[in-house]
Design a protein around this ligand. Sequence first.
Ligand code: GTP
Length: 307
Amino acid sequence: MTKPSSPPSADLSYQAIATVLNSLDALVYVADMDTHELIFFNDYGRKAWGSPDAGKCWQVLQNDQGGPCSFCTNPQLVDEHGEPTGPLVWEFQNTANQRWYQCRDQAIRWIDGRLVRMEIATDITERKHMEQALTEAKSRAERLAYTDELTGLNNRRAFFALATQSIHQSIRAGDPVALIMFDLDHFKQVNDRWGHASGDTVLRGLAATALRTVRDADILARLGGEEFAVLLPATNLAQARYLAQRLQAAFSSQVFAVTDGAVSCTASFGITADAGPDIVLDALLKQADKALFRAKEAGRNQVASRH
Ligand SMILES: Nc1nc2c(ncn2[C@@H]2O[C@H](COP(=O)(O)OP(=O)(O)OP(=O)(O)O)[C@@H](O)[C@H]2O)c(=O)[nH]1
């Protein structure tokens, strides 16, 4: 790349500008707005991308470009009369070295009078990585706050948030809502006989079975210990009973291999349903809990209802 041929005073201006731009700890390049031909490429750019003798910005700076970049900002740097509109600042991951840059692009008149694009690109990779790590940590923390660690199901907090939202939707749609609560039977005996780790295996296994059995729109959660709940939008009592019976059958036929043996564990189910504009989660939970108590009282491994 050669400096533009120009009168001696322009020559001095070019030297001064080049000295300043070469001293910056950022990529600075200047390219013809029409042809994309590089007119100036500072020392920082040469260290990072090599020293092009000639070439277009998209050939020198990017990977595998067959023509001007699809993200080229040139059209944004001039108005409808082709006049410069001022600087445009944006962030971009370079396709050649994968590093992140904050780019300050501007259309200016170059020393020889033609309209050029000048970009000053500052490496912000470390900041970007820190931002990405923070975003990931935040969403991981949010996920953990709403997930039951042992089973991977929604936890109690998530259940209340999601179920409340779902009930509001059902009320708006005029749909009934059902709730199933279930609690494993004599689970203490599983722990006492086979150990806590085996108890965990059973809890995880039955939770997975329940998740496979419910519909996508249903909200399944482990409320705590060996107690679970499923909120069923657009579901009446008969449909809820059908699902509870399917869960009951699936649980009672499942056998888990644990150290020194095989364990199975049934569950008792309490179901309720409501319709109309006044459905309240707390009331559904109370009714389902009472029904669950009756199922336990009646001998366990069965479904009882109340509404
Ligand atoms: N392995 C394991 N056990 C748990 C966990 N959370 C609660 N438990 C156990 O679950 C058992 C619940 O016992 P109980 O409340 O007496 O109920 P149950 O033995 O299932 O009896 P019924 O509900 O009346 O049929 C206790 O032994 C708790 O320690 C857990 O995360 N892992």
